[in-house]
Design a protein around this ligand. Sequence first.
Ligand code: 5AD
Ligand code: SF4
Length: 512
Amino acid sequence: MTEQKPEQSNTNDQNLDRLKNMESDDLIGKYFQTTYQPPNLKKAKKRLKKDVDIHYDYDIPEEMKGIGKGKKYLIRTYGCQMNEHDTEVMAGLLTDMGYESTSVAKEADIILLNTCAIRENAENKVFGELGHMKSLKVENPDLILGVCGCMSQEESVVNRILKKHPFVDMIFGTHNIHRLPSLVKEAMFSKAMVVEVWSKEGDIIENLPKARKGNIKAWVNIMYGCDKFCTYCIVPYTRGKERSRLPEDIIEEVRHLAANGYKEITLLGQNVNAYGKDLEFNYGLGDLMEELSKIDIPRIRFTTSHPRDFDDRLIEVLAQGGNLLDHIHLPVQSGSSDVLRIMARRYTREDYLELVRKIREAMPNATLTTDIIVGFPNETDEQFEETMTLIEEVGFESAFTFIYSPRDGTPAAKWEDNIPMDVKKERLQRLNKLVNAQSKEAMDAYVGEVVDVLVEGESKKDPDVLSGHTERNKLVNFKAPKSLIGQIVPVKIHTAKTWSLDGDLVTDTVEV
Ligand code: 5AD
Ligand code: SF4
């Protein structure tokens, strides 16, 4: 018998005690670690001059290696690509601890909710999911349930979980991901809810393991955090200050992915084209992409750019083409200079249009997509119309559109959220109609054309159909043998829909 057995059944009893008591209101402080430090958005806002520490010596604590043998984990991911990629890191850590992945919640010994705080509805989804998790925990008190990601960085969220969801075993923040093995250990053997959220600016941990989803496309984080502090946005508080990885570390990672047969990488950063601004030498995203373009990988994308940081050097390098794709996601947020000023976006409508002109001059075929917020405090009908005309003028091929959602701790949350919901919804509907029409128009232009498609797998709707994306990120469905998965193949488009294209494989150039 191992020494752990009695401990585990002890934990079991303690967990059951906790569960029995979990309706009680005075749980904070009674069951939870006295060392608990709440996350602090004000502290998270501080941008000190302290150097970012880069760590290369990460290792799983010896006693945690193999602790997950015969056990399974499930990670539910909400929100952006950054979260998707963090999930791959946590999956890597759990795999190194011996855990295997499962998609069945009832089978899981560890469930992590990797959360998003960007809008209220994203948070509501997580609280809804936590409600469901309670029954799993009652069925299996040894289940370790963790909440991580951006919501964990908010004090109000942590307090709500402590109060209303005491069956949660651990809460950890975006700066604490590398601590997962130790936190799992604490959660296994402690009666208390383990809460570890650092409201610091953030370091860089280089050598964390990653269990990547798939072997065709990969995310590569090139920088972390955001210093822009747009007045509506919680991200600079939850993700810490802008900090860039060293070029040599990124280049090595991309080389490694190329050597392992990956066909496409997406360079990730909350504000990806601020890359390099914090480095001690003069080096930006354009310089990095020029170096990466020499690596033998067919496709390189990057997201998400801020218009203010989109410099001439980046445009010049992207215009060289090759494996650098000219699909540019460039959130504009609003078409009104007055709204942009209050959003603290640091550009005007005219600045944005001038940037688009420069991009199109250098890359006449570039695809532009964007993000828009409607119903920002005080947004007038006229200001909203300016957004509509901007969308037409730029000719965005698609857009993510959002109703403004006040986020506690941000400057905009202190202003009255004074646009009635029915007005917000009507604006969103009109906007979506326009965006959909533009998307359909762009799709129609592909009918009869042959496009190169990176075949990613079976279509979600029909296993007999394969699907993949073009260089300009259009989803294409077509019938072809599964042996083509992972290859880039020519497809002739015969039908355009709003969000996807249907076509036929051009067989004379492809070995099937
Ligand atoms: N309300 C609505 N949308 C928001 N976004 C960021 N913060 C908010 C908010 N408080 C949108 C922006 C951003 C995208 C990722 O989410 O458009 O570009
Ligand atoms: Fe948020 Fe603005 Fe930073 Fe984008 S640039 S993450 S919208 S603060």
